[in-house]
Write a protein of this length. Structure first.
Length: 367
């Protein structure tokens, strides 16, 4: 019995070799075009806006902001900012921040986004819209960012609980006003000192939860004479820092006569020339001489007296115009309790209660 012939093997159609080469070349062209398009096109995007400091404080001072971006073939020229919503009064509600990248068109970078400035007494939120604009006028997609502003912590004037004495315990009295969180730290730093301190910088844990008050902070008393400047700041539970304040220490046995001080008195002194009434005397003599030329007997005597009185008044007025106002005297109190009176010709630019710096020669400058 015969067997049927095996089925013929099917053969796949074969493309001409030229077609394969053309297809490969086409794919390469498409890939190159796509890559060229991706690399050549411009892009501009904001990736983040944040405060330059970890915590933004509403103390009325400008809080710097930083903007991170991703860009391609774009040179950024400015940041447009617009207030969207939030608590408190914000003015203006829109502004621009110029940007100078030095001609760089880097893919990623960071620029200034301006500042945020407000005075708050309670935690406050505000939302802003940011847009980048490049040299060709292209604009990025708007980017919204909400910021939280915390009320400040205030460290009042510092003073020694009692005048510092060598070998005796030291204690600093500070006044404070808290913000939204309790005050939990007092930080002390030795700014300068003529002798080494046991601890140049230290942090003291406290728990101050009242709205305001006073605190006595004991210090380890140095065992040898020195002059030093100490700096203090407060930190609350939300991470808000107070503005630092400085306090001078003198343990050389003598009183402090220069350095930071507080104005405790102002007075304008009489002119030195007024202490000798030259104008009044000269005017009286001249007036009496003129009056003596009139009348006879008692009349002449009366005219002489009247002329002398009038001449004294006139002479005094002329002297006042010539000599002008007298110098000023400022009384200051240093941090060790010592006071010093300083005389100066110019009208003071400070007021009672303000902090000033006094030089050894007696010059006064605002702190």
């Amino acid at each position: 019995m015969g067997h049927p012939p095996p089925p013929a093997a099917s053969r796949a159609p074969r493309l001409p070799q030229g077609w394969l080469v053309a297809a490969g070349a086409g794919l390469l062209v498409v890939g190159a075009a796509s890559a060229w398009w991706m690399l050549g096109r411009s892009s501009l995007d904001i990736t983040a806006v944040r405060g330059a400091q970890p915590v933004l404080v509403g103390n009325g001072q400008a809080q710097p902001l930083r903007l991170s971006y991703s860009a391609r073939n774009s040179q950024i020229r400015r940041v447009d900012v617009r207030f969207l919503r939030g608590e408190g009064h914000w003015s203006p509600t829109a502004w621009s921040v110029p940007v100078d990248t030095g001609g760089s068109s880097a893919h990623n970078g960071e620029v200034s986004a301006g500042t945020i400035q407000q005075v708050v007494s309670a935690p406050t939120q505000a939302t802003f819209e940011y847009t980048l604009v490049d040299a060709d006028g292209r604009r990025s997609a708007p980017f919204e960012q909400t910021f939280s502003l915390l009320p400040p912590v205030t460290l009042g004037a510092l003073r020694w609980s009692q005048p510092p004495r060598l070998g005796q315990p030291l204690s600093v009295q500070l006044s404070w006003r808290k913000g939204a969180g309790d005050i939990v730290q007092v930080r002390q730093r030795v700014v300068e000192s003529t002798q080494p301190w046991p601890e140049g910088e230290q942090t003291v844990a406290v728990q101050l939860n009242a709205a305001n008050g006073h605190l006595n902070l004991p210090l380890q008393a140095p065992s040898q004479p020195l002059r030093a400047t100490l700096e203090y700041e407060l930190v609350d539970s939300l991470g808000v820092h107070s503005a630092p304040q400085q306090l001078a220490l003198n343990l050389n046995g003598g009183p402090i006569t220069s350095g930071p001080a507080t104005v405790v008195g102002l007075q304008q002194l009489a002119s030195a020339a007024r202490d000798v009434p030259v104008g009044s005397v000269a005017g009286a003599l001249i007036g009496a001489g003129i009056g003596n030329q009139f009348g006879r007997g008692r009349g002449r005597a009366a005219a002489t007296v009247a002329g002398g009185v009038a001449g004294a008044f006139a002479g005094n007025a002329i002297q006042q115009r010539i000599t002008g106002p007298g110098p000023w005297q400022t009384t200051v109190r240093f941090d060790d309790g010592n006071t010093r009176r300083l005389t100066h010709g110019d009208a003071p630019r400070w007021a009672v209660g303000q902090r000033v710096v006094v030089s050894a020669a007696g010059a006064i400058q605002l702190h």
